[in-house]
Design a protein around this ligand. Structure first.
Ligand code: MLT
Ligand code: ZN
Length: 690
């Protein structure tokens, strides 16, 4: 049961990618005219948009037919407000240099490019604080700053085309994080436009370095991948450009020695160490074979380290580096090494490292990964995947930011291979989560990792994230991590209600309590219909259960939304009429859960008749603790009964239990086997997952 639940969860998420969300409207001629009136004709592009709807790897291509190029936050606001009212899906895009398919349309979303938001650029030399519009290219900003003796605190291979707004939205890492820390250390504020009906312009944080007057809401946009809104301007600290930079390349025979060199570098080079990059032999081979880039070291080594120091006094830095290298050789940690003694030589070293992404793409197809792992497991992942994939993979290549524990494991084949895909996932991400890693160190989730985004994350955290995104969910199509409540959600509250249900059944009673009914507005009913319909068709896509029937069912269900008993009856009738094979699919994948949700709500209402919400919550905790410490059903019942007595007196407590149990007994009789199945699943969750 547990396996089925997780599979279902995965299936639901994967299917979302293959189905357009019917809640979004289709673009019409009148929409284009509206955009033109706000942005001007030249900023509404319909021709030659291939580079906007496809990503850099060309693995993700959507069907978007229009690109909007606003120049100001006000224009973004007008566009988003309009799209929100019209329910037109939008995908925000910066430099489109991402590697996870997060900035291109999934379906027919409008592409909102921020590349023309490039008006304001202010830099204060005294404080080192930069405020600039989101559309500036990272390299251009860096060059402007260098004229004043400063530089950006991060550097990426994509610097020539990525935009600062996109860097913030993906919390870009890059090659200098080791020295200057992540963007969290530098971001002071930003302007972002929300995808709500007003296109609200938010100004978060401030240009001063210290400001604790509020929640640091601007930090929520770091790594948000466009899910919360469109960043139009950024305020951040930058750093003084170093007067002396030194690069060195080292050949190392074992991964163990790579770690020993890193440890020594941190100690001996200390404050001047700015990069510690890693390339394995397979990466070197790909560079040579696919890009004709020859290695710089004379000996071929299993591992290559590219390290960089950034300081303020060349002689001092050089002496430090030389002493460090000497120690490495004396200790037998390094087999071969070169120090760059000119900018050209340093550039050659960095070209090797920065060309790795292109070298692997040239194999044909690449399964890219961007994971963080505790250092002892950093290369074990590569070895494990090499063994696991065997001959299916053309190359298993690793390069990355060893200093930060961030490995870019790239597995290549000549073209997309489903067999290899199935071999890799979810195995690889499970391995990472099991070894204490993160499945997304710097590239984000995008489309690629959407089905696995929950790996290694606490359920409550995911729920919190979903609730934060909720207010802006329908106005904009983002990376698609939206909540769909049907079928697979293991919401702790629902689980606890199931526990109430399982525990109490076994005693007698009747239900005198009327359900408290909510009366949704007609708008809400339409929304509910679309959501239910979409969920059901998504869930049963690929089965023989027809879409028409599911739409009809959804209509009936939502029109009786006020009456849970009636809803239950409609489902019952629908199931009864299904042919045997479809019945099984429907019940197994969906209907057990609907029945239990229905019953859980009844239990909640019954308990609510006697207890306050707070008291119910306490009872649930007692049950959860009871299960976790291994109490059996009778023992837990005893504790609950005692607790209830303390709260509301013996007589009421007995009555509450009696009433609840009577209802549940009826449910168990009518739904044979459902409780056993759920109890089994819950026990497994408690023992295996929690
Ligand atoms: C890199 O470090 O080279 C980038 O993150 C790109 C990549 O992983 O391919
Ligand atoms: Zn990287």
């Amino acid at each position: 049961m547990l396996t089925r639940l997780s599979r279902l969860r995965l299936m639901e998420q994967t299917r979302k990618l293959s189905q357009r969300d019917v809640r979004y409207a289709r673009l019409e001629e009148s929409d284009l005219m509206a955009f033109e009136s706000v942005l001007g004709k030249e900023a509404v592009v319909k021709d030659d948009i291939a580079n906007y709807v496809s990503d850099w790897t060309r693995q993700f291509t959507g069907k978007g037919s229009v690109v909007l190029l606003p120049k100001t936050a006000e224009q973004v606001s007008a566009v988003l407000g309009y799209c929100s009212k019209r329910k037109l899906a939008v995908v925000p895009q910066a430099g489109n240099t991402g590697l996870v398919g997060g900035s291109v349309p999934l379906f027919d979303e409008i592409v909102l490019s921020t590349k023309n938001i490039r008006n304001n650029f202010e830099f204060d030399e005294a404080s080192g604080v930069l405020t600039c519009d989101a559309g500036f290219i990272l390299q251009d900003i860096d060059e402007k700053l260098r004229q004043k003796g400063f530089m950006m605190p991060f550097d990426l291979g994509a610097k020539g085309s990525c935009l600062i707004g996109g860097n913030i939205a993906t919390c870009a890492g890059g090659i200098r994080l080791l020295r200057y820390g992540s963007l969290h250390a530098h971001l002071l504020g930003l302007t972002a436009v929300l995808p709500d009906e007003n296109g609200t312009i938010l100004k978060l944080g401030s240009p001063i370095r210290k400001d604790n007057t509020s929640l640091h809401t601007h930090h929520m946009f770091l790594g948000s991948e466009g899910q919360l809104g469109v960043i139009t301007s950024v305020t951040m600290t930058v750093v003084p450009a170093p007067d002396s930079v030194c690069s060195a390349m080292l050949g190392i025979s074992s991964f163990e020695n790579c770690l020993a060199v890193l440890k020594l570098a941190k100690r001996r080079l200390a404050e001047i160490l700015s990069s510690f990059e890693f390339l394995d032999a397979a990466a070197m081979e790909a560079l040579e074979e696919n890009l004709k880039l020859a290695p710089l070291l004379t000996e071929k080594s299993p591992f290559t380290i590219l390290l960089e120091t950034s300081g303020s006094k060349a002689e001092h830095d050089m002496e430090k580096v030389k002493n460090f290298l000497e120690e490495c050789f004396n200790e037998g940690l390094v087999d071969d090494g070169v120090m760059a003694d000119s900018l050209t030589e340093a550039n050659k070293m960095w070209t090797l490292r920065e060309s790795c992404p292109l070298a692997v793409v040239r194999d044909g197809y690449v399964y890219k990964h961007d994971v963080s792992l505790p250092l002892p497991h950093f290369y074990a992942l590569t070895e494990e995947m090499r063994r696991h994939c065997g001959d299916l993979a053309k190359r298993v290549v690793t390069y990355g930011h060893l200093g930060d524990g961030n490995t870019h494991l790239n597995i290549t084949s000549s073209k997309f291979d489903q067999k290899l895909y199935d071999k890799l996932y979810p195995y690889l991400y499970e391995w990472v989560a099991d070894h204490g890693g993160s499945i997304s160190a710097e590239h984000g989730i995008g489309q690629v990792k959407m089905p696995y985004a929950h790996f290694g994350k606490q359920l409550e955290e995911r729920a919190l994230v979903q609730s934060l995104k909720q207010p802006v969910q329908i106005g904009i199509e983002l990376t698609g991590l939206s909540t769909h409540s049907l079928g697979s959600h293991r919401n702790p509250v629902v689980v606890m209600l199931l526990v109430v249900l399982i525990l109490l059944v076994g005693v007698d009673a009747t239900d005198p309590v009327q359900e408290e009914l909510r009366h949704p507005t007609s708008d809400k009913i339409i929304e509910k219909y679309v959501e239910l319909s979409m969920n059901l068709t998504g869930l049963f896509n690929g089965t023989t259960i027809g879409e028409e029937a599911l739409h009809e069912l959804s209509k009936k269900i939502v029109s009786h939304d006020k009456d849970p008993a009636k809803v239950h009856e409609i489902y019952e009738k629908f199931v009864e009429k299904l042919p045997e094979d479809q019945k099984k699919v429907f019940v197994d994948f969906f209907y057990d859960k609907v029945r239990l949700d229905y019953m859980s709500k009844r239990v909640d209402t019954i308990l609510g008749y006697y207890l306050t919400k707070h008291q119910i919550a306490r009872i649930r905790h007692i049950m959860e603790d009871g299960f976790t410490v291994g109490l059996n059903r009778e023992e837990i019942m005893k504790v609950i009964s005692e607790e209830l007595t303390k709260e509301i007196g013996k007589e009421k407590a007995e009555k509450a239990l009696e009433m609840t149990v009577k209802n549940l007994k009826v449910f168990a009789k009518k739904n044979i086997g459902v409780l056993d199945r759920v109890e089994g699943a819950f026990n497994k969750m408690i023992h295996e997952e929690l």
